[in-house]
Design a protein around this ligand. Structure first.
Ligand code: SF4
Length: 370
């Protein structure tokens, strides 16, 4: 569980099992909702309320985000990694993956290709490799990309607060770090070696970034590793904590789901689409002001539906292999990506689907005047 939570796993399980339909209805009716309301809304007793929860979430979402969906693209700048995450093909022991770190010129070529699609928000992603992806290197990348995109976020190895200050100065404003699991024992099992095995350093990542000035703090657990309701209870506690400690920043939720693929990692606690939707609706209802993104791991139909009720942000035309937008030749097209994409529509097709549902695509939220 999230370590600062004063309730143990057994307390959470007992509460979830005791929730009744009346409790769910009470939580839905409250004007301001808290952590126990989140538990009520993700409990098994909430299933019959799904239609009502869709309506409530949509109304909250409209109040804060209108009929808009903001879009971004991830740019994988490298896939060398010193960690050993058991569920990832980028892990250091996995020999089958072609490893590549893009040069600054190649990063520019990839960025140009993304920019041509209209995307103006970029998420820079890299495996954890302190030999390559130093703060100085990431800052240099940021300074180049800042001239091309109005919004830059980072999903790389956790850094120190001083490192985040330098990266913020280089133009990054958002930080995404998935805790993967809040269960410390399971965390040790899934991350047996490498810097990522330090649970606490990872858990405090958003706090350090928030103190360094970052404006968007992305949090998630990896759906499929541990029982999802227990993890969701921790994620909510983590979010309430960050909203208190880093009140100038916005928290963003993501719900990355391990989808089973042949020969791939078998998730011990698979999450189906109904549970994923229930959880996303519950988070939108309890945290109406927070950002929420929907992963490209999900199928187009689900993504198009969930941006109407819960998520306000989605990627479009994602490539999860370094060089995947423009640098890779056909010869390299079979490179291993970090995970399997379920939505392989082009950016134009994603925009068209959003508009067909009566929503507006937002490329740029605001201008940085620094
Ligand atoms: S999940 Fe991230 S840190 Fe872990 S092996 Fe994959 S790329 Fe490396």
């Amino acid at each position: 569980m999230f370590p600062l939570l004063k309730y143990a796993e057994d307390d959470v399980n007992r509460h979830l099992a005791a929730v009744t339909a009346d409790r769910v209805a009470e939580s839905l009716a409250k004007p301001r909702k808290g952590w126990f309301d989140l538990l009520n809304l993700i409990s098994p007793a909430a299933y019959p309320f799904l239609p009502e929860m869709r309506r409530a979430a949509q109304s909250m979402r409209r109040r804060y985000y209108g009929k808009t969906v903001s879009v971004y693209a991830p740019l994988y700048i490298g896939n060398t990694c010193v960690n050993s995450c058991r569920y990832c093909d980028f892990r250091v022991q996995h020999g089958g993956t072609v490893r590549r770190n893009l040069t600054l010129d190649e990063i520019g070529v990839e960025a140009e290709a993304i920019r041509k699609t209209g995307i103006d928000s970029l998420l820079v992603v890299a495996g954890e490799d302190p030999r390559v992806n130093t703060v100085a290197h990431l800052a240099e990348v940021g300074r180049i990309l800042k001239g091309m995109f109005s919004n830059l976020s980072l999903e790389v190895a956790p850094q120190t607060e001083a490192g985040y200050r330098e990266l913020f100065g280089a133009g990054y404003e958002g930080l995404i770090c998935f805790q993967e699991t809040y269960d410390q024992m399971l965390y040790r099992e899934m991350h047996p070696a490498g810097p990522k095995s330090d649970y606490s350093f990872r858990l405090e990542t958003q706090l350090r970034a928030g103190r360094a000035g970052f404006r968007l703090l992305g949090c998630a657990f990896l759906l499929g590793l541990g029982p999802w309701r227990r993890e969701a209870a921790s994620l909510a506690a983590h979010a309430f904590y960050l909203m208190r400690e880093c009140y100038t920043a916005k928290v963003q939720f993501a719900f990355p789901r391990i989808c089973r693929v042949e020969g791939g990692f078998v998730p011990p606690c698979e999450v189906d689409e109904r549970d994923l939707e229930l959880m996303m609706l519950a988070f939108r209802i309890v945290f109406p002001q927070c950002c929420m993104t929907v992963s490209t791991r999900e199928a187009p139909a689900f993504r198009d539906r969930i941006v109407l009720t819960a998520a306000d942000n989605m990627s479009a035309g994602s490539r999860v292999t370094p060089g995947g937008y423009a640098v890779l030749s056909q010869h390299h097209a079979a490179d291993v990506a970090q995970f399997t994409l379920s939505d392989d529509r082009s950016p134009a097709e994603v925009y068209a689907a959003v508009r067909a549902n009566g929503q507006e695509v937002v490329f740029k939220n605001w201008d940085n005047r620094i």
